[in-house]
Design a protein around this ligand. Structure first.
Ligand SMILES: NC(=O)c1ccc[n+]([C@@H]2O[C@H](COP(=O)([O-])OP(=O)(O)OC[C@H]3O[C@@H](n4cnc5c(N)ncnc54)[C@H](O)[C@@H]3O)[C@@H](O)[C@H]2O)c1
Ligand SMILES: [Zn+2]
Length: 401
């Protein structure tokens, strides 16, 4: 008789390291940053670079591609451009069609991109999530440089470890945790954003401030109108702080790849993700997050957790930034509460929802009372009807009111 085979316990650690850079005019031939990023692991011949480009960014920055070509021609010692860029019309629909991932993977194959080459994804959060997933799965992961061109992407979507697309009516159902090789934030992309996409990313800044940094919330509160009025220098500060808080959480929060059931950075997101879907993706992610923050803050107040004064400050700040606080598509009968089920299923384990007991102080709970969600929606609806909550400042401005 052979003795029973003992279990072999596998145990190893992998550490990740990547930089998030901040610059202007990234592809000016005189700017060494991109060349330094490409040359960071210099060994062997200059790596190939495949560019996946957001048509929206390209349309508003028509010199972008010629500048990239000129930049790569000037620095043949660090990079070989793998042909023309792969262009996609930006926006959430990019994440709703799995064929787009296939197109990026095909281009990676056709260009002979290997695990020592680079894919640069240049665009909004949707393009970067989609192209990032394709890069994470081709050859089990090729190097990805993210060059985000929206506030949302620079402050949040591009800087972390999550890549993915939507499927089966659910946001980010298919995806992979894969840290990038580097992230390069160029402020000069931002002035051409639509009003919606200019302010959308600030909802994530409000979110992270509310759960982690009361001083940052006060900063946002004090500068809400100037931010809505497109102050670029202020926006740079907001992006920097928001990115730093997200990065710190990923590195030091103890669960970068979300094995547990707690996901504090998804404060307000159980409703936001559901609302994006319920609106047929007509609502931007940032606008949906703002609605989710208003709802969960109101819930926290009505359950006796968040003091009235703090609750009012949150709603006023969101309004001053130009966000709506209520949307008819939020009503429970449209299926909002399915968002809770989806949220739990996405992470697995026990339902864990972040609420607030103060500005800068989150508190996790394990269920939400549907009646209190209804009451919270009622309160926001009432506020909207008295014009305190609607129309949002930005919308009024757009309509020339
Ligand atoms: N992976 C993550 O951790 C994470 C975090 C937050 C958000 N996200 C995802 O990010 C996505 C939203 O990203 P988004 O807000 O950037 O929207 P988006 O990617 O849909 O882009 C919005 C629009 O802006 C256009 N655009 C891009 N750059 C431009 C520029 N410089 N000037 C003018 N127009 C430009 C695009 O073509 C698009 O039409 C959502 O899918 C969301 O789920 C992911
Ligand atoms: Zn978000």
């Amino acid at each position: 008789m052979q003795p029973p085979l003992t279990t072999i316990q596998q145990d190893f650690q992998v550490s990740f390291r990547y930089a998030v850079h901040f610059t202007r005019d990234l592809f000016a031939v005189s700017n060494p940053l991109f060349k330094n990023v490409l040359g960071q692991d210099a060994a062997g011949p200059p790596p190939k670079l495949l560019v996946v480009l957001d048509r929206g960014a390209q349309r508003h920055h028509p010199r972008l591609w010629p500048k990239i070509e000129a930049y790569c021609r000037r620095h043949p010692e660090v990079v070989t451009l793998a042909g023309a860029p792969l262009l996609f019309e930006g926006g959430e629909h990019l994440k709703n069609n799995p064929m787009n991932v296939n197109l990026v993977q095909q281009a990676i194959h056709a260009a002979g991109i290997c695990r020592h080459s680079y894919v640069a994804a240049i665009g909004g959060g949707a393009l970067i999530d989609m192209a990032g997933f394709a890069a994470a799965t081709a050859h089990r992961g090729v190097r990805l440089i993210r060059v985000p061109t929206t506030v949302m992407a620079q402050a949040d979507a591009s800087i972390g470890v999550k890549n993915g697309i939507n499927a089966f009516g659910q946001k980010n159902f298919i995806g992979a945790f894969a840290p990038p090789a580097a992230v390069v934030n160029d402020l000069d992309f931002l002035p051409t954003l639509s009003s919606r996409d200019w302010i959308g990313g600030v909802a994530e800044a409000v979110k992270v401030a509310l759960i982690k940094d009361a001083d940052f919330f006060t900063f946002l509160e004090e500068h809400a109108e100037a931010l809505a009025d497109r102050d670029l220098a202020l926006m740079q500060q907001v992006i920097y702080r928001c990115a730093a808080l997200h990065l710190e959480h990923i590195a030091r929060g103890g669960d970068p790849f979300e094995f547990g059931s707690s996901r504090p950075l998804d404060f307000g997101h159980w409703a936001a993700h559901r609302l994006e879907h319920l609106s047929g993706y007509e609502l931007g992610h940032g606008q949906a997050v703002a609605l989710g923050l208003a709802l969960d803050s109101t819930y926290a107040h009505l359950m006796g957790l968040l003091p009235r004064g703090q609750w009012q400050r949150i709603l006023t700040t969101l309004r001053s930034l130009g966000f709506a606080l209520y949307d008819a598509r939020m009503e429970v009968e449209h299926g909002l509460l399915d968002g809770l089920k989806e949220f739990q299923q996405h992470l697995g384990g026990r339902l864990t929802i972040m609420l607030l007991w103060d500005i800068g102080q989150g508190l996790e709970v394990h269920d939400l009372d549907p009646d209190l969600v209804r009451e919270s929606l009622g309160s926001l609806k009432e506020r909207a009807a008295t014009s305190e909550g609607y129309p949002p400042r930005g919308a009024a401005k757009l309509a020339g009111m």
